[in-house]
Each structure stands twice: as structure tokens, then as C-alpha cells.
Design a protein around this ligand. Structure first.
Ligand SMILES: [Zn+2]
Length: 476
């Protein structure tokens, strides 16, 4: 049944900008301070106070617009949006209505190997509101968040599934972190979004009636709520029911969306130009300079990893997904002068270790220079791969000098042919059947003999040299 319907999803993504101070005042833009300590009369909304625009918030919004290929409005302004709720005592939020900073643009996504372009409608700048905290017998309002610069990225309804919405948010988050726009920390509420969702029969051109799911703060929640909401709407429409235009709330515990209230329209907000702020007029020279300073984006970096380091496209994609992991990889690749080995260590031992320990790469004791030194020890045949993995485990726990660990643990690879020959002779003498099998054409028997030598050497024999010695001894 669902094959007969198409979903159209648009996301309004709110991003807290990484500025030092708030958008209208000098209070710290920080997370985790005791409640109501990063506040002043301006961000508490006292009557008679005047906002002063933080230019850094404008720069970060325009940088985002440049990264997403938007048109930057040279003339932009702020508007008051009427709003009545305890988290906003001014009873209005300063936002942007008809002249946002950025228009158009797009985000490229990839789902199951298929690429798709999600168009952006606009990006505007506004202030975040305070946070209501509900306790057992009372509620409190924490104004530390009030006045945090908030950028809203509004997509066109080009997203057609929960998977695409997830990929869109991932791609957006990567770019924002790469660009230094936001820390992208979801636990701290750096990225939150509202979802617009409608369905329509495949042969119908006009979009169906949409519902809005508000205040999603995890990507997983967006994915789950969309899967639920798309199915709910298809069930209603295919039973000849009517979708009501309304705001819904995602109930994560029960895995359902629930109706909250009928949807507001723009005229309900009574927007009008903010009289206390001058319009924002952008300088061509500033825009040119900011464009110049754009960092390399994840897609370009992935391409470069494939071209310059000869990595498989998949591996490059995994490495660039987290900017810190990609930075770490590049540091190791250059210091070891062996990008292939650096990539292999990152893709296997490092990512496994991070996932087992549930930590990020920033908190790993092993430094890029140490991993590079370990790679060099393998390249110089001082230690073989099984030994190197033991060294890695130690380094990952507490750092240190790889060569010292090799010596302390007695892991130095034995490449001395006298010692190797003795182990090879012993293996041959003790396993006449395998020798006969190998000489009779069973190539796998050589692996068994190899294993016997490695065991006799406690894993320290140089494997290619052992293989050579066995062949030399057994081949006609
Ligand atoms: Zn303040």
C-alpha cells in the first residue's frame, strides 16, 4: 500500500552558533553553567533594554550560506515575532521574516549509494529562548540559553523518507562542524529540528496536508517519528480519512506522534520590523573574505582522500564523517609516510577501540605521532602485525613509546635466519604428514606448518621470511 503514496518532508533545523557571547548582549554563550548565571537585563528581557547585534553570529550564518551555495542577501533585517510563553518574557522573539540572510542553496545526501539534492529555502538568524525545567512540584525557567544565537535552516519538502531525513541531518551536521559554525553536540541541544510531513497519492501533483512535529533533538528521534508519521498519514488517507493541519508531539517512550494543537499560520505571529536594530547591510569585501576562508567540506575531503592517498571511496567516507577522526588520520598518514597503513589502522583497531570504549578520538591517549611510529616499526620489520596489535592495545590504554613497549614486552620480530631455520626444521621434523600433504599438492598444508613456526616463535617470527624458508626447504 505504501508504494502508492509519496511522502514530502521539510526540515526546519535550528543550530546554536559557536560564538563566545550571546546575540544581543555580552553574556557568555556557554553550556552547563549554574541556572541563571549567564544572564543580564537584555537577555532576561527587561523593558527598556536595547539589543546590540553580535556580528560574529552574522558571519557564521553567512559562512553557512556560502557552504550550502545560498544567495547572500546584501540587505537583511530583523523582525519581531509575537510569542507568549514563560521562556520569553519580552513576549516576542527577534527573528527574520521577509529578508533573511540567505536564500536558496542545497545539501547533497547519499542513501544506500544513491545521491540526491535537498534544496534549501532559506537560512535566517534569531535568538534562542530560555529553557523551562519541570520538577516534581514546580517549574523553573533557566535564562542561560536565552539570547543564544540560533540559525534556522529551512529545507524545501524534497525529503521523501526517514532515511533521507537522517542522511540530510548527518550531512548538515558534518558541514557545520567542519565549518566551525557549531559544535554539533546533540546532547547539549546544539541542533534541534521541526519536521513538516505530508503524504499524497503517487499520481497526485499537489502536496497533501502537512503536520508539524516540533522540537526534535535527536536524529534517531527524527527517523523514528517520521517512520511512524508517514505510516499514520498513509493509513488515514487510504481509509478516505482527512489529515488535519496540526502540530504534533513525538512521544519517544510509546513511539507515536500525538496531536498538540492546530497549526499556527504566519499571520498569527504578527511579524513587524524590529525597531531597535538597524538592518544588516553586508559589505562585498566581507563576503569575499569569508568565502576565501571557507574550509574544505567533507565531500571534497573524501574526494581528496581517494585521489591523494589512494583510499577506497568507502573508507574515505568513513574517515571524513567525523572531522576529528579525519584530522587524526591525516596526521598519522603524513608522519608515517604510509597513508594506506594509517587508514587500515584507523578503520580497524582505532574505530573498534573507540566504539568499545564509547569515547571520541579527542580523548584517546595514543597520539598520532605514536601510531605513526608504530606503523614505521611494522614497515621496518621490527615488529610483525600480531605484535603491533598488542602494542596498539597498550598505547590506546595509556600512550607511550611504541619501541619501548616492543622491547618491554619482548615483541621484537625475529628476522635472524639462524633462529628461523631452527624453528622451520623443527616444524618439518614434527609434522611429516603435513610435509607429505604439501609435497603432494595440498597447498593449505603450508599454512599449517607456518602456524607451527609462528607458535614456536611465540608469534615473533617474521612471517614472510618463514614462508620463504619453508618454501625453499620443501619445494622441489
Ligand atoms: Zn545577557
Amino acid at each position: 500500500m505504501s508504494g502508492d503514496y509519496i511522502a514530502s518532508i521539510g526540515l526546519e533545523t535550528h543550530v546554536q552558533l559557536k560564538t563566545r557571547s550571546k546575540i544581543w548582549c555580552g553574556c557568555a554563550n556557554a553550556f552547563g553553567s549554574p541556572p541563571n548565571t549567564d544572564v543580564c537585563p537584555v537577555c532576561l528581557g527587561y523593558p527598556g533594554t536595547m539589543p546590540v547585534l553580535n556580528r560574529e553570529a552574522v558571519r557564521l550564518t553567512v559562512m553557512t550560506g556560502l557552504m550550502l551555495g545560498c544567495t547572500i542577501n546584501r540587505y537583511s533585517k530583523f523582525d519581531r515575532k509575537s510569542y507568549f510563553y514563560p521562556d520569553m518574557p519580552k513576549n516576542y522573539q527577534i527573528s527574520q521574516y521577509d529578508r533573511p540572510l540567505c536564500l536558496g542553496g542545497a545539501v547533497e545526501i547519499e542513501v544506500n549509494g544513491a545521491r540526491k539534492t535537498i534544496r534549501i529555502n532559506r537560512i535566517h538568524l534569531e535568538e534562542d529562548v530560555a529553557k523551562n525545567n519541570h520538577f516534581e512540584t514546580a517549574s523553573g525557567v533557566d535564562f542561560n540559553r536565552a539570547g543564544t544565537p540560533l540559525m534556522e535552516i529551512v529545507s524545501e519538502p524534497d525529503i521523501a523518507s526517514a532515511d533521507e531525513a537522517f542522511a540530510y541531518l548527518q550531512a548538515l551536521k558534518q558541514m557545520l562542524v567542519y565549518g566551525g559554525i557549531s559544535d554539533g553536540n546533540l546532547e547539549q541541544g546544539n541542533i534541534r529540528c521541526d519536521i513538516n510531513c505530508s503524504v499524497r497519492p503517487r499520481d497526485q501533483e499537489a502536496l497533501g496536508t502537512k503536520t508539524e512535529i516540533k522540537n526534535m533533538n535527536t536524529f534517531r528521534g527524527v527517523h523514528r517519528s517520521l517512520n511512524y508519521e508517514i505510516k499514520r498519514q498513509i493509513d488515514v488517507v487510504s481509509a478516505q480519512g482527512v489529515i488535519r493541519q496540526e502540530t504534533r508531539r513525538w512521544d519517544d517512550d510509546h513511539g507515536v506522534t500525538r496531536a498538540m494543537r492546530s497549526k499556527e499560520y504566519a499571520h498569527d505571529y504578527r511579524y513587524f520590523p524590529e525597531p531597535d536594530l538597524m538592518p544588516v547591510v553586508l559589505d562585498e569585501a566581507d563576503i569575499a573574505r569569508w568565502k576565501e576562508s571557507l574550509p574544505e567540506m567533507p565531500a571534497a575531503r573524501r574526494e581528496r582522500f581517494v585521489q591523494d592517498y589512494g583510499l577506497p571511496d568507502y573508507d574515505a567516507g568513513v574517515l571524513v564523517a567525523d572531522k576529528a577522526v579525519a584530522d587524526y588520520f591525516e596526521a598519522v598518514a603524513q608522519a608515517a609516510d604510509n597513508p594506506k597503513a594509517a587508514s587500515n589502522w584507523m578503520m580497524t583497531e582505532m574505530l573498534r577501540w573507540l566504539s568499545d570504549q564509547d569515547v571520541t578520538i579527542e580523548s584517546v591517549p595514543i597520539q598520532p605521532a605514536q601510531l605513526a611510529a608504530l606503523i614505521r616499526l611494522v614497515d621496518e620489520k621490527v615488529v610483525n602485525m600480531p605484535g603491533a596489535k598488542i602494542v596498539f592495545a597498550e598505547l590506546a590504554e595509556k600512550g607511550g613509546d611504541p619501541r619501548a613497549i616492543v622491547e618491554a614486552k619482548g615483541l621484537a620480530q625475529v628476522s635472524d635466519s639462524g633462529a628461523l631455520d631452527a624453528w622451520v626444521e623443527a616444524a618439518i621434523a614434527e609434522n611429516p604428514k603435513s610435509v607429505a600433504d604439501y609435497q603432494g599438492g595440498k597447498k593449505a598444508a603450508l599454512q599449517f606448518l607456518m602456524g607451527q613456526v609462528m607458535r614456536a616463535s611465540k608469534g615473533k617470527a617474521n612471517p614472510p621470511m618463514v614462508m620463504d624458508a619453508l618454501r625453499k626447504r620443501l619445494d622441489p
